[in-house]
Design a protein around this ligand. Structure first.
Ligand code: CDP
Length: 796
């Protein structure tokens, strides 16, 4: 007699199943792009500009061509003859593949050499002589909009200045009226410094064009293989069905591996010209100096307040420095990403946001580094403004947040910028966090310590992130709607393979997608293999970034499993010789309603799909589902940090950090905790140690791991994680919300708020990140704000 299976035992939803992909990773058996060696493969290196802004007077590559082992030298001029000197970006801009007229940032790609090995190619790059005529340099938005600013993008028609967009959202007049009626207006100016996702593996590609078949295969470090295939088809004018993008194991992406980089395009062209595979692997400084920067945005924020603590309105103006090309991806309707998701958790009647994006002589920036399109910046600004507003009113930080939260029974809720949030228990999360940090006691201890000259501080940050872009009505990239897909094949013996259009880069999809199938079908997770990243086999999808995998591709996995279950039900009816209406389902098994002992397993149905199907039924048990989510998912979190600041040195130590994350139903609680730990570690690094900045000449300062610090277990404090609040997503098929980025999004403000809280009473209103000891010391000693990016104050 068949029986229902135990969901946890088969590794279904809720099981803390060990990550199956780690079997190969911890054995050093991962297969990364650089591990791939093809017969006859050549190697490509890129010559980068030493200057941030300069006219190219001439490029002499003759000496490079003469070096034995060199097969090809590509310059902008040669690319231009094939209409490939420029390429379209994912944000309707253009980007130089190899510079022709000018270089526009330090590190920009100027030429490429393809040689027998990477060392020859590197030497040959150094033999290329470029004659530059330096031009005035712009390194921030203030300089970009100055009257006498040189126009960086003089290659573009109709681009008289350095402004990329002026965008607004919200209700300007209504906000003005609310401000006029306010008892108090709290103001804050902030800079979220430029940061870099810095995955351990840099970007790279191996292009392999086969003249005999006309097929182009590209192995590459991409988070979105199908989008890249479409981009290659358009840029290189190759038929899409003759392009195969394979994204092998990826050593971390964090948004760095979403854009299309010149190195990809050059390796493809080189392979087509040479008819040999061409490998390009970016080195660390190339990665840190030229690819995928994030943030670099200034805020002027104002909160209109009623004396009793009610927030009446919010006004925000942001200036985003995009670097020389507007090349980061975001839904095309929203120029500044989802910045306007700010204040979604607060019940605020009206708000207005203006956003201006400008060019500068810096590498392209603004990628969604572990966030859903600028949400990290939005939440940082929000929680810093909330803290300042509560302080200005003299109201307790926790009480102020609680009184302004959207109540748990007030959903669906329309945010002041127009999003529809659908679920959450914000006050409950806060209460769990406050109890965990022992709030009242800490406040007493803090006051007592203060009287003895010790600086203790407590910072609260909350975040709600719009995850799962998107619904296709509103979200598209270059016009392609943002849905996702899954294909499930159940083999004759009941084993299965599931493929999605997402691409894991360390998040554990190979583990969790199998758990969703186990939950829906009762097939043990270990019997389900997950495959992603090959455009010849995976169904079309928009890729993995913005924590959209679980909300969209994960939902597609559930939906395709349900399609399979629907067909299996027909097979069960046939096997049990009853009508389909008489069949019931329990995990892993169909049975006859009137005789529950009579049942068949999902595996028995699988065999029947190939060996004993009813007359007229199409054989086989496989299906594909495309999932267009009705809404974003809205996870919520509260992060609370306590710190002690040393007034003599400015060094601050974390005493305790608690995290309360509500991401709805957790598919794999252990993986979710891992995602939160990783995100908090990155948040901690952003708040106190990472900076990448530019001097007045546009030299990139900090483009190495001596200056740009990656946190290790040594520096990183312990985190206490809480999972007791679970608000299932009302529209996701299994009630899950995204989690991958939440802690990186919400964490930074908690650390900064804690240090600022420790400094309360000193008159210091803000220290911009990173809160390096010298900056904190400067603020304490001189009782002044410390703004801009260290150590070179190009903002001054
Ligand atoms: O898009 P990305 O994979 O970066 O982010 P995500 O969808 O938030 O998922 C990150 C990892 O956490 C995946 O392995 C998910 O399946 C897992 N997860 C989970 O177990 N439960 C959730 N409610 C959300 C994510």
């Amino acid at each position: 007699m068949s029986q229902a299976v135990d969901e946890i035992k088969i590794g279904g939803i809720g099981a803390s199943r060990k990550r199956v992909e780690d079997n190969r990773f911890i054995r050093g058996k991962g297969n990364y792009t650089d591990d791939i060696v093809l017969p006859g493969m050549l190697h490509m290196e890129i010559l980068r500009s030493p200057l941030a802004h300069a006219r190219i007077k001439s490029i002499d590559a003759s000496k490079a061509w003469d070096i034995p082992g060199v097969h090809l030298v590509l310059t902008g001029e040669m690319m231009a003859t094939r209409n490939l000197a420029w390429m379209p970006t994912l944000s309707y801009d253009t980007q130089a593949v190899l510079a022709t007229d000018k270089v526009r940032f330090q590190g920009q790609e100027v030429a490429c050499v393809i040689a027998d090995d990477p060392y020859i190619a590197k030497d040959a790059c150094e033999a290329i002589v470029v004659d530059y005529e330096p031009l005035p340099v712009i390194v921030n938005p203030t300089q970009a909009v100055a009257d006498d600013a040189p126009v960086i993008r003089d290659d573009k028609e109709n681009q008289p200045d350095n402004v990329i967009y002026d965008w607004e959202v919200g209700d300007r007049e209504g906000t003005d009226r609310a401000f006029a009626a306010a008892d108090l207006v709290s103001k804050l100016e902030l800079h979220y410094p430029r940061s870099h996702p810095s995955p351990i593996e840099c970007c790279g590609s191996i292009a392999d064009f086969n003249r005999a078949t006309s097929k182009l295969t590209v192995y590459m470090t991409t988070q979105a293989p199908h989008i890249i295939r479409a981009a290659v088809a358009m840029v290189a004018e190759l038929p899409e069905h003759m392009i195969r993008i394979i994204s092998p194991d990826i050593g971390g992406g964090f948004g760095n591996k979403v854009p299309v980089y010149p190195g990809y395009v050059c390796s493809i062209l080189a392979s087509i010209l040479l008819e040999r595979p061409v490998k390009w692997i970016e080195d660390k400084s190339g990665n840190l100096i030229s690819t995928g920067f994030a943030r670099d945005i200034y805020l002027k924020g104002e909160v209109a307040l009623r004396r009793d603590g009610k927030i009446l309105a919010v006004r925000m103006h942001t200036d985003a420095d995009h670097g020389a090309f507007f090349s980061d991806a975001q839904p095309s309707k929203f120029k500044i990403g989802l910045m306007h998701s700010a204040f979604a958790a607060y019940d605020i009647p009206v708000a207005h946001l203006t956003a201006r994006g400008t060019y500068s002589n810096k590498a392209p920036g603004g990628v969604a580094y572990r966030c859903s399109f600028r949400v990290t910046e939005a939440m940082f600004f929000q929680e810093r403004m909330i803290q300042a507003a509560a302080d200005d009113l003299g109201i307790d930080q926790a009480a102020f947040r609680r009184m302004n939260f959207v109540a748990h029974d007030a959903f669906p809720h329309r945010t002041p910028f127009g999003f529809l949030t659908d679920s959450g228990q914000y006050a409950k999360c806060l209460d769990v966090g406050l109890a965990a940090i022992d709030y009242e006691n800490f406040r007493r201890e803090q006051a007592e310590a203060h009287s003895r000259g010790r600086l203790l501080g407590l910072g609260i940050s909350t975040m709600t992130e719009p995850l799962g872009a998107g619904n296709s009505r509103e979200y598209d990239i270059l016009g392609i709607k943002m849905f996702d897909s899954a294909e499930l094949k159940v083999h004759l013996t009941g084993k299965a393979i599931v493929r999605t259009g997402a691409r894991t880069q360390g998040q554990g999809h190979e583990t969790t997608w199998a758990q969703i199938v186990a939950h829906e079908l009762g097939i043990p997770a270990e019997d389900v293999v997950v495959e992603e990243g090959d455009t010849d086999t995976a169904p079309f999808g928009m890729g993995t970034y913005a924590s959209r995998s679980t909300p969209v591709a994960g939902a597609a996995v559930a939906m395709v499993s349900r399609k399979i279950r629907a067909k299996a039900r027909k097979l069960a009816a046939h096997l049990l010789e009853v009508s389909e209406e008489d069949i019931e389902w329990e995990l892993g098994r169909f049975y006859v309603r009137s005789a529950p002992d009579r049942g068949v397993t999902i595996q028995e149905c699988a065999i029947a799909a190939y060996a004993n199907m009813p007359d007229g039924m199409e054989p086989g048990l496989d299906a594909t589902a495309y999932y267009d989510p009705p809404n974003l998912t809205w996870p919520f979190a509260v992060y609370i940090v306590t710190v002690e600041v040393d007034p003599e040195t400015g060094v601050w130590d974390v005493l305790k950090m608690v995290a309360v994350d509500d991401c709805g139903v957790r598919i794999n609680p252990m993986i979710v905790e891992g995602q939160i730990m990783g995100g908090l570690t990155e948040a901690y690094a952003m708040s106190n140690m990472q900076f990448i900045t530019f001097d007045a000449d546009g030299n990139c300062v900090g483009a190495n791991y001596m200056d740009y610090l990656l946190p290790t277990a040594w520096e990183t404090p312990g985190f206490e994680l809480h999972s007791e609040v679970v608000t299932p997503c009302p529209h996701h098929p299994i009630g899950a919300k995204g989690i991958g980025e939440c802690a990186a999004v919400g964490g930074p403000a908690a650390f900064v708020n804690a240090v600022m809280d420790a400094l309360s009473g000193t008159g210091v209103r803000n220290i911009d990140m990173p809160l390096l000891p010298d900056r904190v010391w400067e603020a304490i000693t001189y009782r002044r704000d410390v703004s801009g990016a260290p150590p070179v104050r190009s903002d001054d």
